[in-house]
Design a protein around this ligand. Structure first.
Ligand code: KG4
Ligand code: ZN
Length: 384
């Protein structure tokens, strides 16, 4: 095993099952992604408006074998060619994580290949580093990483020390993650699941200044519970979600919401394009204003943290990094501040296994293989 850890030859098979995507990917040491297979459970959980943990575990069980086989086939790779197997150990849903983890452990044991445990959040960061490697444009260190998804809104300072990545958590949400707020607001407004892409597509048709939500304030009590060192970089999105609810309750939007929900339920594979004619101007303004408030907050705190920690570049990753307004505004502000900014490549912003395999390469080279008693860590933190 130690011999394999010394070179970038071969392929790493990455496995990811922390939430509602069963994913497997093959990534070479030079960052080439040979296969990136994802079995999405969106249609299943969409009926419930959110991920149902028991259903997710069962779907992972059904999908894990076929997804790994598909990735191996697509890459033209034999199990004997693998340098290692990488798997997400956490954070995520316990039952969901266990499926990928046990499968990876079984493969590692039976093939005699090293097993590398990867933190899902580190994976999201490596989705961007992988893209930078592909474009041959590495980000100057230290890097400020914003990981913004359905489960997380975290800021990390990241740098390498003798080839190994080191992380320091400098900001996080004290309640809902940004993606969760997108999902809940979309559900409230009778749109599809997950809500982010629906709000993203519809927001361009509304006036983002129509509903002045104002800057997001984090309650002093929440400050004390979270990181006292950097309270200015804490996020909170549950108040904004409640403000949208209050707006709906105090304006005549409810009949339109019910009608939209019913109409979309009758459209097979409904898209945001189907929702647009079902939204009046006031609803579109509310959607645009909500998105503006989220992006304003992410932008303001990320760039303030970059300045406070003397970051030499910024990366944004996680499902919400796909948002068009977020990308446009981060790109614009970064150019003004002369800071390089990078986002995940196509297909790598939402959960995938290529990012898990990519994060595993430096660990394999440093000989950081997993202990045999590795188990799922639903609340695993990244960095100190
Ligand atoms: O990273 P991800 O696939 O899974 C988690 O680790 O949570 O992120 C999923 C989240 C969902 O909340 C989804 O609504 C959000 O990312 N999302 C978006 C967009 N695409 C996905 N949010 C805003 N705009 C988008 N275009
Ligand atoms: Zn994720």
């Amino acid at each position: 095993m130690a011999a394999a850890a010394a070179s970038t030859n071969g392929w790493i098979l990455g496995i990811e099952s922390s939430c509602d995507e069963t994913a497997a990917a093959i990534v070479r040491g030079d960052g080439t992604v040979l296969a990136n297979v994802i079995a999405s459970q969106i249609a299943l959980h969409g009926q419930y408006g959110g991920v149902v943990p028991e259903l997710a575990s069962r779907e992972h069980l059904r999908n894990i074998g076929p997804v790994v086989d598909a990735a191996m086939r697509e890459a033209g790779c034999r199990f004997a060619d693998l340098a290692a197997i990488a798997v997400t150990e956490g954070p995520g849903l316990a039952g969901a994580l266990l499926v990928g983890l046990m499968y990876a452990k079984g493969l590692s044991f039976s093939l005699g290949k090293p097993l590398i445990a990867v933190n899902h959040l580190e994976g999201h960061i490596h989705a961007v580093l992988l893209e930078c490697q592909r474009l041959a444009s590495p980000l100057p260190e230290p890097i400020l990483a914003l990981v913004v998804s359905g489960g997380h809104t975290h800021l990390y300072m990241a740098h390498t020390e003798q080839g190994s990545w080191r992380y320091r958590n400098v900001g996080r949400t004290v309640d809902d993650a940004a993606g969760e707020a997108f999902d809940k607001v979309a559900k409230l407004l009778g749109l599809g699941y997950p809500g982010g892409p629906w709000i993203d597509a519809l927001a361009v048709h509304g006036d983002p200044a129509a509903v002045p939500f104002g800057p997001i304030q984090v309650k002093p009590k929440a400050h004390r519970r979270a990181d006292p060192e950097t309270p200015q970089f804490l996020f909170s999105f549950s108040g904004l979600k409640t403000a949208v609810l209050r707006y709906v309750q105090t304006h005549p939007l409810q009949p339109g919401i019910e009608a939209r929900r019913a109409a979309l339920a009758g459209v097979p594979h409904a898209t945001p394009g189907d929702a647009l004619p079902l939204c009046d101007a006031e609803t579109l303004n509310l959607i645009a204003s909500f998105q503006r408030a989220v992006v304003d907050d992410l932008l303001r705190k990320t760039f303030a943290a970059a300045e406070a920690f003397a970051a030499r570049s910024i990366l944004v990753s996680g499902g919400v990094a796909a948002n068009a307004e977020l990308r446009r505004r981060f790109t614009h502000t970064a150019a003004e501040r002369r800071l390089p900014v990078a986002f995940p490549g196509r297909g790598l912003s939402t959960d995938n296994a290529a990012m898990i395999a990519a994060a595993a390469w430096p660990r394999l080279l440093a000989g950081e293989t997993a202990a045999p008693d590795l188990t799922a860590e639903p609340s695993l933190a990244l960095g100190r």
